[in-house]
Design a protein around this ligand. Sequence first.
Ligand code: ASP
Length: 319
Amino acid sequence: MKSYVIWVLSLFLIAACSSSTDQTMTTGPITLVIHGGAGRIVKGELTPAKENAYRHQLINALEQGFKILEEGGESAQAVVAAIQIMEASPLFNAGKGSVRNRDGVIEMDASIMEGKTSLAGAVAGVRTIKSPITAAYKIMTKSPYVMLVAKGAQRFAAEHGIEIVPPTYFHAKSTDQSSPSSGLGTVGAVALDRYGNLAAGTSTGGTPKKHPGRVGDSAIIGAGTYADNRSCAISATGHGEFFIRQVVGHEISARMKYRKQSLARAAEDVIQETLKPIGGKGGVIGLDRAGNIAMVFNTEGMYRGYMRESEPPRVYFYQ
Ligand code: ASP
């Protein structure tokens, strides 16, 4: 009789656990991590005014994205909100501040992925979309596709009510194309929402003076952007060709899943041991379902920051 009761009780427990869906399960504290590009960011080379401008925009992006998480929004929505702020700022190489290609034209890439559903959306080589991350999100949520490029992507965006802007919108004077740090400033975000779901997103103008048609890792799911609830959410920045060849986002996730590495260890190994020796400069931000954060780079600096419940936003530039 006693063993029968225990047996029934355990069946009940198993049923209760397996019926709790991802939507109701909270596995970690709501968290948002962002980056604004990695590269030659050296203490003393940024004027105090520039430092303040970056700090202000990064904090603004963190607060806007975090608000969505606090109000019960989904991680992908928070990622979009944070990236939209940085895309609208001329300080970053994404959206408004995008650098020009060899023909003097801008061509932007962006992508987003959800860790719960494995759904993803991406755009590449777009010239007229004000917020490429918004278009990537729409592709993920309102189409059966993962990636649309160039004119087709622009047409999709217009058909879905996404803001289209003239070329003059992008010609931000403050993007100094000749400075050593020009091209720096790809933006990205990773988030963990109340329901325990991860998401990652990235947006960029790509590399300065790139060949027209060149697409970087920021548009490639698995390379510049990746999210899987079983491991982590990753957004990368750096020399895109290396990040594509090493499939960086997926590689970090795979090391966590199959080698049982921690997020910190997996991110560190891929950035410092895999990429650095072959000349792949850049970094990643990462987040797991327990709320562990990674912000790893092999360059002089990376604009980055994070925000967690009942803590002020924290922002860093240098090593
Ligand atoms: N990863 C971007 C690209 O190669 C550039 C960057 O992050 O700085 O397009």
